[in-house]
Ligand binder design. Structure first.
Ligand SMILES: CC(=O)N[C@H]1[C@@H](OP(=O)(O)OP(=O)(O)OC[C@H]2O[C@@H](n3ccc(=O)[nH]c3=O)[C@H](O)[C@@H]2O)O[C@H](CO)[C@@H](O)[C@@H]1O
Ligand SMILES: C=C(OP(=O)(O)O)C(=O)O
Length: 433
């Protein structure tokens, strides 16, 4: 079993480059199924296990997929007749597999997808996705752990109001509506940059979508979509994670390929905490050379503070002066990492959907296990600031969303390595200090 071993205490310095966004590439690769002509070329694809998984899902649906990690490029030909079933083995590994449902329903008039169920961060139902398909004329049924959507003929445009601005529901409905007859309007739509990236890609395929990035998206269905070449936007959560890495080590880091506008809520909070952030010609520079103060924050749908930065921010708040209250409103159970932080001597109290921190905690290295993707990163960040050595296991979560995380931190000066049980690299980390 792999683990990351980190010895805390070194300020990070230098430049790091972020990859294409995981949460943009997954819906975009799923939407490639909409193209019945040509070969899609998707560029700036991050080399993540989730990308390998979605590629496997697409292949299982009979699309031809070639992934060239050296060039960060995926080529997809989905012009052949496609299967309609996304099996449990994939959906179990990665919930985002549900995003093939809209494209398959639009292409085949039928989609059968294993029910995604919950995960470590919450129950994660999909009734908003299904409500959208139903409004477009599909019949929905459940059985044997699968959900099926079926339409006689073609999906019909509809006006759909989402009860919550769900990212996945907006993406699934927008993809299905791209090939529907007539106009679909999604109200209370999610506004994340990844929604805009997906809409841009569908438009490059010949789609007619306007309003992505606002809360009302208008999709005029077309008869056919063709393949397109598309560049994935930079990963705002990887960017945010490195911003926190700089801050938590009281370092000075410049992030290349960052889009500051996509991280406005995080930048505002870090500035409130006394951290300097500057948009330079070389990238986004983060400097923490003044005492770091705690803040209160609440996760919200975009453009609010992202839930995917909640655990990393908690790590930073543990090192800040004063009391901070962090409230999670997007997922009902995204505090599993709190117990792991406690192993590191964190002074944290959970009260309902909030965590109260009285800082700074005297963080100490410990053996901890990642409970989900962002918790994995957050524990490593806490390890960078802790006294002594932290060992983080369950890296299967980390590899879903971060490319070479330990290597990038080491290049910035962290005392960190990744080992498996047979390797002796553990000694290396302690020798270097
Ligand atoms: C692959 C991907 O892009 N994942 C992101 C996406 O997940 P995902 O698309 O799953 O997130 P949603 O926006 O759909 O979910 C947000 C909240 O809405 C609830 N909900 C959602 C759909 C539905 O039909 N019913 C319902 O109740 C969920 O349980 C959750 O509490 O957005 C989340 C919120 O920013 C991020 O944390 C994830 O990293
Ligand atoms: C929760 C996340 O991803 P997913 O929706 O794929 O589980 C995440 O990226 O933090």
């Amino acid at each position: 079993m792999d683990k990351i071993i980190v010895k805390g205490g070194r300020p990070l310095n230098g430049t790091v480059r972020v990859e294409g966004a995981k949460n943009a590439v997954l819906p975009i690769l799923a939407a490639a199924l909409l193209s019945s002509e040509g070969t899609n070329i998707i560029k700036d694809v991050p080399i993540l296990t989730d990308v390998y998984t979605i590629n496997e899902v697409l292949r299982s649906l009979h699309a031809e997929v070639q992934f060239d990690p050296e060039y960060n490029e995926v080529r997809i030909d989905a012009s052949m007749p496609l299967s309609s079933e996304a099996q449990f083995e994939y959906v179990r590994k990665m919930r985002a597999s549900i995003l093939v449902m809209g494209p398959l329903l639009a292409r085949n008039g039928f989609a059968r997808v294993a029910q995604p169920g919950g995960c470590a961060i919450g129950s994660r139902p999909i009734e908003q996705h299904l409500k959208g398909f139903e409004a477009m004329g599909a019949d929905i049924s459940f059985g044997n752990g699968y959900v099926e959507a079926k339409i006689d003929g073609r999906l019909k445009g509809a006006r759909i109001y989402l009860d919550f601005p769900s990212v996945g529901a907006t993406e699934n409905i927008m993809s299905a509506a791209a090939l529907a007859k007539g106009t679909t309007i999604i109200e209370n739509a999610a506004k994340e940059p990844e929604i805009v990236d997906l809409a841009n890609y569908i438009n490059e395929m010949g789609g007619r979508i306007v309003g992505a990035g606002t809360d009302t998206i208008r999709i005029e269905g077309v008869d056919k979509l063709h393949a397109a070449v598309h560049h994935i936007i930079p990963d705002r959560i990887e960017t945010g994670t490195f911003m926190v890495a700089a801050a938590i080590t009281r370092g000075d880091v410049t992030i290349e390929n960052a889009v500051p506008e996509h991280n406005a809520a995080l930048i505002a909070k870090l500035k409130e905490m006394n951290i300097d952030i500057e948009d330079t010609d070389h990238g986004l520079r983060i400097r923490a050379d003044k005492p770091v103060k705690s803040v209160d924050l609440k996760t919200m749908p975009y453009p609010g503070f992202p839930t995917d930065m909640q655990s990393q921010m908690m790590a930073l708040m543990l090192t800040a002066e004063g009391t901070g209250v962090l409230t999670e409103t997007v997922f009902e159970n995204r505090f599993m990492h709190v117990e792991e932080f406690r192993r590191m001597n964190a002074a944290v109290k959970i009260e309902g959907r909030s965590v109260i921190m009285d800082g700074p905690s005297d963080l100490q290295g410990a053996e901890v296990a990642a409970t989900d993707l962002r918790a994995a990163a957050a524990l490593i960040l806490a390890g960078l600031a802790a006294e002594g050595i932290t060992r983080v296991t369950e890296l299967i979560h980390l590899d879903r969303g971060y490319v070479n995380f330990h290597g990038k931190l080491a290049d910035l000066g962290a005392d960190i390595c990744r080992v498996n049980d047979e390797s002796h690299a553990e000694e290396k980390v302690t020798e270097t200090v």
